[in-house]
Design a protein around this ligand. Structure first.
Ligand code: EPZ
Length: 423
């Protein structure tokens, strides 16, 4: 259990190099099962989800060699198709990508239902719909194990996703790249990390077109080969820092980013009154602490709409804005647990189903908080930096799952944050 001690009131200045995208890395690692050569993957974030996923691959016999803290070589030639137990996947939602990858490699997969952040009901029916469309039989055992098998091998087909699902889109791609014939995913998700996985697979020799649109075509190929690949930057990590700078003032630059991936987030920060300056691979937010932020309306949507993962940090930035900001969370049924914690700081937040009303207050006061999930925990750090006095945040490893040395990066920007308990 980490314990962060935060003293609010500091203005932030400086720049933050943004890490590789967590949700791209977590789809790319299982994809290495689809070839039997060595893959070199670069620009890896140093986060626990990445280490946990690599531990799972290693437990199945994959050879993992760290080249440095941000690059790794993986070879699965001698990996075995072992069942992936619950205790290994319980905190890693992305473990479900192993189903698509193992089906593609071995024609069979046995993976415990995924864990991950609790935002309400998070089914995988669309993943299963895709695997069954490719000819696999899928069942979920009493112990919560997903058993998928394609005795005759996978055969491409068309799949219409009833829900725009990032996970299902990526999982079906993983299963389809070595299937016989063509697979078409309709109503596909369009997130940048989906494009990154498609680019990685194509670098291995797959034949995927349309990633980034709502129709993705995958023509099955005979085999894939090893490659070297660098992961895209994490737009949610970058958006968290920009929301933080907007909340506290003064000026923060995120470097090594793709500004287009951040457009829906920076558009909201501009509406709030921040100045946003975009360069080729960096974005700067500038805001005077003396000017009060404006209220906004935020509706989370699949990419390129406003990302649900940026909703908690943006809400933290709105806690002192003038007027009432209205959030509508359209992706998950219960993603406002951080709002309950904000009240402890004196925030005025009310929840009605999927809608949160945040009425800006003049001041927040430090209080003890407990992180409930990955982005919510980061948002509480943001809120603590906007509060007067000390905030103690208890975090059961959530923040480290998705942010690379978050406290150290905040301190480098001038924030008064320290992690009191040993990691
Ligand atoms: C991915 O989760 C991300 N996780 C989440 O990021 C992110 O919030 C989410 O996409 C939306 O962008 C990873 O990539 C590991 P979905 P995922 O399938 O794949 C419903 C973070 O903080 N749905 O796009 O689980 C689902 O319940 C994490 O980095 C079905 O109904 O999200 C949700 O309401 C948190 N059936 C909606 O679709 C399915 O089979 C979108 O879910 C699948 C999903």
């Amino acid at each position: 259990m980490e314990q962060y001690i935060i003293n609010g009131g500091c203005e932030l200045h400086g720049s933050v190099p943004i890490s590789g995208a967590k949700n791209a890395a977590l789809g790319i690692f299982p994809a290495v099962f689809l070839c039997q050569d060595t893959c070199r993957i670069e620009n890896l974030p140093q986060i626990s989800d990445v280490h946990n996923m690599l531990d799972i691959l290693s437990s199945m016999g994959a050879h993992i060699r760290y080249l440095n803290k941000n690059a790794v070589e993986i070879n699965t030639a001698h990996a075995q198709n072992l069942p992936t137990p619950y205790e290994m996947v319980r905190r890693l939602r992305a473990s479900y990508y192993l189903i698509g990858a193992l089906l593609g490699r071995f024609g069979k997969a046995e993976v415990a239902l995924p864990g991950g952040c609790d935002f309400g009901f998070r089914p995988i029916d669309q993943h299963i719909k895709g695997f069954e469309a490719l000819g696999a039989t899928v069942q979920i055992t009493e112990g919560g194990i997903v058993q998928a098998e394609a005795k005759e091998g996978l055969v491409g087909d068309s799949v219409y996703l009833d829900v725009v699902s990032v996970g299902a889109t990526m999982n079906i791609m993983l299963a389809a790249v070595l299937a016989k014939g063509q697979t078409v995913i309709e109503n596909a998700a369009r997130e940048p990390h989906i494009v990154d996985l498609a680019n990685f697979l194509n670098t291995m020799g797959a034949d995927i077109t349309g990633a980034g649109t709502d129709v993705i075509k995958i023509r099955g190929v005979e085999r894939l080969r090893g490659c070297t690949y660098s992961i895209i930057p994490d737009q949610i990590e970058a958006g968290t820092y920009l929301a933080l700078a907007t909340a506290t003032g003064e000026e923060v630059t995120v470097t090594g980013v793709i500004p287009k991936h951040l457009e829906s987030i920076t558009a909201k920060l501009s509406e709030m009154g921040a100045e946003v300056i975009e360069e080729d691979d960096s974005v700067t937010v500038r805001r005077s602490k003396n000017e009060r932020l404006h209220r906004i309306n935020v509706k989370t949507q699949p990419y390129p709409g406003f990302p649900t993962d940026a909703q908690p940090p943006l809400m933290a930035a709105c806690l002192r804005a003038k007027g009432t900001t209205v959030f509508t969370e359209n992706i998950f049924t219960n993603r406002y647990r951080h709002a309950e914690e904000f009240r402890r700081l004196g925030a005025a937040v009310s929840i009605e189903g999927r809608v949160a009303y945040v009425t800006g207050v003049e001041r927040l006061t430090g209080a003890p908080l407990t992180a409930s999930d990955l982005r919510g925990g980061a948002a509480m750090l943001v809120a603590g930096l906007c509060a007067e006095g000390a905030t103690e945040l208890l975090d059961d490893g959530y923040i480290d799952r998705g942010y690379d040395r978050f406290d150290a990066c905040l301190s480098a920007l001038g924030a008064d944050v320290r992690c009191a308990a040993p990691r």
